[in-house]
Write a protein that binds this ligand. Structure first.
Ligand code: CAA
Length: 560
């Protein structure tokens, strides 16, 4: 039975792990490299428990009891009494190996040596020690006191009895363990950090602003925070290191550390812990963002009425939503009424703009070169007489927000005066953090038209997200490759659907697992958009997993 644990390294993760053990009633020997660092670790623990006391979630006596279970110091020799020692030192193999080989001469023979490494090889760390069978991965997630996931990682040399003991310990801590083998990034980081790296690259390439990328995933998908905010929470140095490990293991360029990330790390901008990262914070260790040069101006207030074109339940619901938000709406269902739109600031056209040609522009075709080569896709403004009448009524300068069903990119009408004022938009489902209206921006569309649509979104209470007019826009372009990665991991036999769902929900606070999201979006839609993205960029990681095709052909969801 594990009752006394040692924790080495008392930074963000180490101090969090100390708190988890001490709260569960275990005796903790907490050690860092110097008396100052040990004192800093004690400070982290007291601050975190102090927050709980001030919220009334813990009384002072309980806090003192928890702190009393921990002895802080800078002497590794104190680990002689530990049943299990876990290290949470920086992600460098040589540091971890050196600590474990030192521990070989200190700890008891039956002591388990655990590493909280985010992605380094447990096998390599174990190989450097005297008794490799007792080295096991025990990977916590940030913030350790909050996230329930613990990945328990075995190497081929691990003693299975000890693996089971560590799994039981994780359960005793109130955590959700997932036991897996030793692969770069394990389950959660292999999926999460790949998605983070691609999000950083999307930001770097100007797909969307940093706040729009974050809003796309928080308010658009419902994730607890956007990817760039999350990078700042975890630490850019950590993300950079994990990217390096993933890239070395897979050779996939999409997971290599993006240039902007490397620059920020070199500049010492490590995220919240240094007060600067993708965002600027009001102090070191703070999570409160302050404005800086990259802050985007909020949408200007919408001046004037909004036209609403189309019919059906969706249009009715949009009409009510806009009216409830205090927007004056002019509704038009037939060409005969279009004249009433004269003078409106912007017209939201639902299903009134059609793509010309056989191709869906995004979802339905296989995306192979041959099929795309023949298609002259374009907006057919005359396809619906009502839209032609709208255009005549509002004039060439009037802005039309063309609401599409999914992540369809638009193409040109071939008429520059019209192209400049037709803006493709996609309205996503409402999430806890808001409801996203994605707005496509292209060289053909005027900045003024995009700004007008942002104002419409803000007036309606939606969160505007402006992205380059590419397959998947922003939300699907970031989400679908993430879902594809999950399908590929499942297909590789490394983890089960259940493992992957637990890892992302319990480790990263996802309200839904990746397969739940995949089933909801529909494997065919995901496959279609990925194919289109692959057609546009040629990037190998966008090739849909064969397992997606299998599920489409069998018409079977991933979860039953
Ligand atoms: N330490 C301790 N507790 C914390 C905390 C911290 N750093 N940050 C937040 N909390 C607590 C709060 O006190 C609050 O507790 P109560 O409910 O008891 O009051 C609770 O967490 C919720 O916090 P907030 O209300 O302030 O904010 P929130 O609801 O937005 O949640 C969050 C914050 C828990 C961080 C949430 O946004 C989230 O889950 N984000 C995703 C984090 C994630 O993905 N983590 C995994 C990163 S990858 C990793 O760690 C592995 C690796 O190897 C790199």
């Amino acid at each position: 039975m594990i009752n006394t644990v040692g924790v080495i390294g008392l930074g963000t993760m180490g101090a969090g792990i100390v708190e988890v053990f001490a709260k569960a009633g275990l005796s903790v020997i907490a050690v860092d490299g110097s008396a100052e660092l040990a004192e800093r670790g004690k400070g982290f623990l007291e601050k975190s428990l102090g927050r709980a006391v001030s919220k009334g979630k813990l009384d002072e006596a309980a806090r003192d009891e928890i702190v009393g279970r921990v002895s802080f110091g800078d002497d590794l020799g104190a680990m002689k009494d530990a049943d299990l020692v876990i290290e949470a030192v920086p992600e460098r193999l040589e540091i971890k190996e050196s600590i474990f080989t030192t521990l070989d001469g200190i700890v008891r023979e039956d002591c388990v040596l655990a590493t909280n490494t985010s992605s380094l090889s447990i096998t390599e760390i174990a190989r450097a020690t005297k008794v490799p069978s007792r080295v096991i991965g025990m990977h916590f997630f940030n913030p350790a006191p909050v996230q329930p996931l613990v990945e328990v990682i075995r190497s081929v040399m691990s003693d299975e009895t000890l693996v089971e003991q560590v799994r039981e310990l994780a359960e005793r801590l109130g955590k959700k363990p997932v036991v897996v083998g030793d692969r770069a990034g394990f389950v959660a980081n292999a999926l999460l950090v790949s998605y983070l790296a691609r999000s950083i690259r999307a930001y770097e390439s100007g797909l969307a602003s940093r706040s729009d990328i974050d809003a796309a995933m928080a308010a658009g998908v419902g994730l607890p925070m956007g990817p760039l905010t999350l990078c700042d929470l975890v630490g850019l140095d950590v993300i950079h290191e994990v990217c390096g490990v993933l890239y070395n293991a897979t050779g996939d360029p999409s997971v290599a550390s993006p240039s902007i990330l490397r620059q920020l790390v070199t500049a010492g901008r490590l995220g919240r812990k240094s007060g600067h990262g993708f965002y600027t914070y009001d102090g070191v260790g703070s999570g409160t963002v302050v404005d800086d040069a990259a802050t985007t101006a909020p949408a200007k207030p919408l001046e004037g009425k909004v036209g609403l074109v189309g019919e059906g339940d969706l249009v009715d619901a949009l009409g009510s939503e806009l009216s409830d938000a205090g927007v004056e709406v002019v509704r038009v269902v037939s060409a005969d009424d279009a004249a009433s739109l004269k003078g409106v600031a912007v017209t939201l056209a639902v299903d009134a703009v059609e793509l010309d040609g056989d191709c869906c522009g995004g979802g339905c075709c296989g995306g192979d070169d041959a099929s795309h080569g023949d298609v002259e896709s374009g907006l057919e403004i005359g396809a619906k007489p009502v839209l032609r009448a709208v255009r005549d009524a509002i004039g060439d300068a009037g802005v039309i927000a063309a609401l599409g069903e999914g992540s369809v990119e638009t193409a040109s009408t071939g008429d520059p005066t019209i192209d400049a004022t037709i803006v493709p938009v996609v309205l996503h489902e409402k999430q806890r953090a808001g409801q996203v209206l994605e707005i496509g921006r292209s060289v053909a569309i005027s900045d003024e038209a995009v700004e007008t649509v942002r104002s419409l979104a803000a007036a309606a209470g939606w969160t505007p997200v402006v992205g380059k007019d590419r397959a998947g826009l922003v939300v699907d372009a970031l989400l679908y490759p993430h879902l594809n990665d999950a399908a590929k991991m499942l297909d590789s036999g490394y983890a089960t659907v259940e493992d992957i769902e637990t890892a992302m929900k319990a480790g990263c606070g996802y309200p839904q697992g990746l397969f739940e999201l995949l089933d909801e979006a529909g494997p065919d839609d995901v496959h279609g958009v990925l194919s289109e993205m692959h057609f546009e960029t040629g990037e190998q990681h966008l090739v849909p997993s064969p397992l997606l095709t299998e599920h489409i052909l069998a018409d079977r969801p991933f979860r039953n």
